[in-house]
Design a protein around this ligand. Structure first.
Ligand code: NAD
Length: 346
């Protein structure tokens, strides 16, 4: 089968032929139809310090995918060949304290599909049956491929009640735009989105933001004035990983405001702790998706809201054949895109 492989430690990826994987006991083999590119895949491609510290080559990368079950291992009863599925890319140990308490997203032994074991940029991927999320037969494959980042957006956006609240989203990458759509869907009052890219601000506007701004041109205070907001944001969804965005967010939260942080910074950075403390802010780190409450929540929201489905679909701006992966990676690097999908179906 074809697979996009990090063959040796160092920059680059190769599309090569490798043996098809066999599902072991409790595992499921999936024919990949679509796979999404994530920032992680760019880090793996470029082989930065993080990638070099975690990946053992050869490794097939990719963890956002949708496909069809082609085979099941011994003991699997929850899915059958032919079913359409997405996959949770975090594999947990099942035995640590958090796993045994049912808080699997907090597992201390989590390993990543496409990072620690072979991933989904391939014709076939194998994952544990417990990580398989069964989808409706008629689900648009592109939509099925974005459940992983949509899950990041859902986990972050639903961390705090948003109904009637003023919400600030910093960073209009694919996940920030999806979080914007979810905040709109669940009844926020104002949703304000900041990003440095006009292309991405436009995506956020189309996904339901009330006001979008480039913080290098317009301050959040001006945005608040424009909307008649007097006190500050109730909820912050940090989706950029940019220290300047975090600083601006902390500076414009109302007292008692709550911040859910998804954006991953590349380096440690200073925080105005005096403001966090005296304004009594809550800051919650978000990693991955809740297993599996987030998956139920996003499936339910998509099932009942055509507007949310359209908004999430609008985040998918590019699709490339798998063989054109180099162009797909260049498109992600350009920033002139939302979610970029690889088509592995032919
Ligand atoms: P992305 O890199 O495509 O988007 C980040 C956006 O932030 C970009 O559009 C960028 O222009 C914008 N940005 C940069 N500086 C800014 C500033 N000062 N103010 C406002 N916006 C600014 O990423 P994505 O795929 O949408 O993911 C969002 C973030 O979440 C990234 O940092 C990513 O690494 C992280 N992430 C975390 C998890 C997790 O589980 N915690 C999972 C996936 C992604």
């Amino acid at each position: 089968m074809r697979a996009l492989v990090k063959t040796t430690p160092g920059p680059g990826l190769e599309l090569i032929d490798v043996p098809e994987p066999t599902p072991g006991p409790g595992e499921v083999k999936i024919r990949v139809l679509r796979a999404g590119l994530c920032g992680t895949d760019v880090h793996l491609h470029d082989w930065d310090d993080w990638a070099a510290s975690v990946v053992r080559t050869p490794m097939t990368i990719g963890h956002e995918f949708f496909g069809e079950v082609s085979d099941i291992g011994a003991g699997v009863t929850s899915v059958q060949p032919g079913q359409r599925v997405s996959g949770e890319g975090h594999i947990v140990c099942g035995m640590c304290r958090n796993c045994r308490a049912g808080r699997r997203q907090l597992c201390i032994h989590t390993i990543g599909v496409g990072v620690d074991r072979d991933g989904a940029f391939a014709d076939y991927v194998v994952i544990p049956a417990t990580n398989v999320w069964t989808q409706p037969d008629d689900l648009d494959p592109d939509l099925g491929a974005v459940f992983d980042p949509l899950g990041n957006a859902t986990h972050t956006a639903l961390s705090f009640p948003l109904a009637g609240e003023d919400v600030l989203v910093t960073g209009a990458g694919p996940i920030g735009v999806m979080a914007t759509a979810i905040a709109r869907h669940v009844g926020a009052r104002f949703v304000v989105v900041s990003d440095l890219s006009p292309f991405r601000l436009d995506l956020a506007r189309k996904a339901g933001a009330d006001l979008v701004l480039d913080p290098s041109r317009t301050s959040l205070r001006e945005a608040m004035d424009d909307l008649g907001m007097k006190e500050g944001f109730d909820i912050g969804l940090e989706m950029s990983g940019a220290p300047a965005a975090v600083d601006a967010m902390i500076g414009t939260m109302n007292h008692g405001g709550r911040i859910a942080m998804l954006g991953l910074p590349s380096d440690p950075y200073p925080i105005d702790w005096a403001k966090v403390i005296t304004h009594m802010l809550t800051i919650k780190g978000i990693y991955g998706r809740e297993m599996y409450d987030t998956w139920y929540a996003m499936s339910a929201m998509l099932q009942t809201s055509a507007a949310l489905r359209d908004a999430v679909r609008s985040v998918i701006t590019h699709r490339f054949a798998a063989v054109d992966f180099a162009e797909a990676f260049s498109t992600v690097r350009s920033g002139e895109c939302g979610k970029v999908i690889l088509d592995w179906s032919h």
